[in-house]
Design a protein around this ligand. Sequence first.
Ligand code: SF4
Length: 468
Amino acid sequence: MRAARRWSVRHAAGLKAIYDACSALAPLFARPLHLLGRDRADALLAPVERLAKGALFDCRMCGTCVLSKTGMACPTNCGKEMRNGPCGGVREDGACEVDPTMRCVWIEAGEGRARIGAASGAGEILPPIDRRRTGHSTWIRVIEGEKEQGTPIGAAEPRDHERVIHSFERACVSGAFVTTVEIAPPDSADPATLIARAERFRGLVDAINITDGAGGNCHMSSAAAAAILAANDHVPVCQIAGRDRNRIAVQGDMLGAAALGVRNILCITGDDVGRGDHPQAKRVFDLDSIGLLTVARRMRDDGVFASGRRLEVAPDLFLGATANPFVPPHEDRIDNLAAKIAAGARFIQTQFCFDVARLERFMARVRDRGLDARAAIIVGVGTLSTARALTWMAHHVPGVHIPAEVIARIAVAKDQRAAGLEVLIETIAAVRAIPGVAGVHLMGHRNEDVLAEAIRRSGLTRPAPEAA
Ligand code: SF4
């Protein structure tokens, strides 16, 4: 099947021409379809479509076909069902985060799109799967005149409207260098540990990210933890992942978090469950990060759920997303960033930066597209306490790229913790000097003291921000 997929991508231009010709002829079958009845036509056509598209594209019959927009690479083969991929976990060799034995579907999609050229679907935001259609024929909808859906990035732009600007958003648009830090919520029903972790950063940062099951591991819910921080006069960024919840649940969580004083939401697809502490869990991935941004923005700007049902009071949200400039496919990372910004992200937090040269190349392209003027690009930095821990992370955490020389420098140091801190401080200074970078986002699992010290020694301290 994978060989068939590769063949289809290699012949994407020819297959797209055939698709266009069939689409043009499809209305001729509208009358017979009408006479036969939709249900009977579906019962006849769906098995044929499954056979034909299965053999050609390894199609899973999602019923919301976007093949002509994805370079003839079927995105349902993506382990996270990304509709606007790639995710941030693509491995250095281009293998998939979820299934390392296969190439990332979105790398193949990029190759197919390049073969198709102008009408490839790059630069469009593709809609989430309509689960009611799974298993049903897409051909029928083509006969009925429905086009494969996609919204050009320009048309997806959120409309400007009056709303209250809270402290983190103000910091992001102020032009001052922003500092955020990430803490994991505790494995506890007692908020004391969480509050103690956050207190270490009072007066040091503009906002504190609360991770949402990072690495596929279970902790206190991010919405609850963010609300606890908000109630304790911190400024939380609540991470919401699409991995564990469908669109009903994520909208409920966003609304609930907003009702509890959380203003900042980071929309992420989420790490796969395979390496977490519940590898037996079901992967949900109903919406990817762009799908999450889209529903959040509709709730905020249009006052409606994704279903169109009206909210009584719209949530007041500042929306963000992630980017990973450090892993393949490097060319597509800018398009993916542009799509996230078009979908409503106004702050971007990147994966760990241990390779400043790679970041500089990424930022040059960000500036060329003017994306740094439209969203605050906040670069992820951090350290772990030993070279061994960094080596483990480099090999076991998909999406993290650590050059061997960085690990070697820390490995030979007498005091590895101090060496790691020095590297972190140097990285912050180097990142800060790159035009277009709006700030740094410090990460380091249970390494809060080192991160706080790095902030102080880098001169990034600030007055304690006002709540929310
Ligand atoms: S690496 Fe990510 S985007 Fe690519 S196929 Fe795997 S899960 Fe999907």
